[in-house]
Design a protein around this ligand. Structure first.
Ligand code: NDP
Length: 311
């Protein structure tokens, strides 16, 4: 069986940054790119908020740059998905990873950078306008709707934060909440209620998105009265939660109730020796490419220090 210093699971900004650092430390990292090579950024168009790209950068192009940088220092980037893991409890012991339900490999340290997946409503029109008016990240895409009316779905902290972010850019933000209350924290609720250009529509669901090349309006229905209405908007933001990609770690690593990995404060360490987590898989608060890249760097440095004890 192959034995390695470090295997990185996932190929978003966290995974590639970990790979760059681990490769430059001569750890000869192996990366498995997973089901969505390049991660969530490959589903957006322009990335405008990653430092170092004054003109913005296409999400796919940026991930290709990160991949080339990781490979330049010797990262072995492999197609494939880690389908199961058996983590060792022994310090310095080898962890066993199964690739695509077949081949097994071992690594003394593992960096988990499997990310999270934004939840969508599942409407056909939502899929049709993905990247053309539909977004799951206001901080990433809100700027493209400056001066235009937008709609946001959800009543949690993410929706509330994103609505208040959008309200600074857009003349009118309509928030669609399916219940008669917000799940967001009291402080965020107050902010929403005290922002003049945010209108909350209670007991309201999305019927479909209307438009030709992109979103032009949102058809909604009041769940109590059944009355339908059309709201003119060119942006439709979905903020109904994320699902961290942690199913294969269940029972082996500590997670919160939603499945985000728990790491020790100020580090990327999980409770298993030599197993580190970086990026959105362990971060439900910030969820940005740059913060994921930062924790990817931390994970590689943590792995390097860990491995130094056993070599
Ligand atoms: P949440 O799960 O907290 O909220 C999801 C919201 O979306 C709820 O209002 C829910 O409605 C609604 N929703 C879910 N599915 C649908 C659907 N199909 N149609 C319409 N509405 C739907 O997710 P968040 O992403 O907001 O937050 C996740 C966690 O991260 C929370 O613990 C939150 O506190 C935390 N967080 C913290 C932040 C901070 O501290 N700054 C910032 C952002 C998030 P319903 O209430 O009816 O179920």
């Amino acid at each position: 069986m192959e034995q390695h210093n470090v295997v990185i699971i996932g190929s978003g900004p966290a995974g590639y940054t970990a790979a760059i650092y681990a490769a430059r430390a001569d750890l000869k990292p192996i990366m498995y790119v997973g089901l969505q090579p390049g991660g969530q950024l490959t589903t957006t168009t322009e990335v405008d908020n990653f430092p170092g790209y004054p003109q913005g950068v296409d999400g796919n192009a940026m991930m290709e740059d990160l991949k080339n940088q990781a490979e330049r220092f010797g990262t072995d980037v492999r197609w494939g998905m880690i389908s199961s893991v058996v983590f060792s409890d022994t310090p310095g012991g080898f962890h066993t990873l199964t690739v695509d339900e077949g081949m097994q490999i071992q690594a003394q340290s593992v960096i988990i950078a499997t990310g999270a997946t934004a939840k969508y409503l599942g409407l056909p029109s939502e899929e049709k306008f993905m990247g053309h008016g539909v977004s799951a990240c206001a901080v990433c895409d809100g700027f493209f709707y400056k001066g235009q009316n937008v709609v946001i779905v959800g009543g949690g902290d993410t929706a509330a934060e994103e609505a208040s972010y959008l309200a600074k850019l857009c003349p009118k933000v309509t928030m669609l909440v399916r219940k008669g209350e917000l799940r967001a924290s009291k402080a965020m609720q107050n902010r929403i209620m005290n922002t003049a250009n945010i209108e909350v529509r209670w007991h309201t669901e999305t019927v479909e998105l209307l438009g030709d090349q992109g979103v032009e309006a949102v058809k909604v229905r009041n769940l109590q009265t059944g009355v339908e209405d059309v709201i003119e908007a060119s942006g439709f933001f979905v903020a109904i939660g994320h699902k961290p990609n942690t199913d294969i770690f269940k029972g082996q690593l500590e997670m919160d109730e939603v499945g985000y990995l728990q790491i020790q404060l100020g580090s990327t360490k999980t409770r298993k020796p030599g197993v580190f987590a970086a990026g959105d898989v362990a971060d439900k608060v910030y969820r940005q490419a740059i913060s994921a890249a930062g924790t990817g760097c931390m994970a590689a440095l943590d792995a390097e220090r860990y491995l130094a004890e056993f070599h």
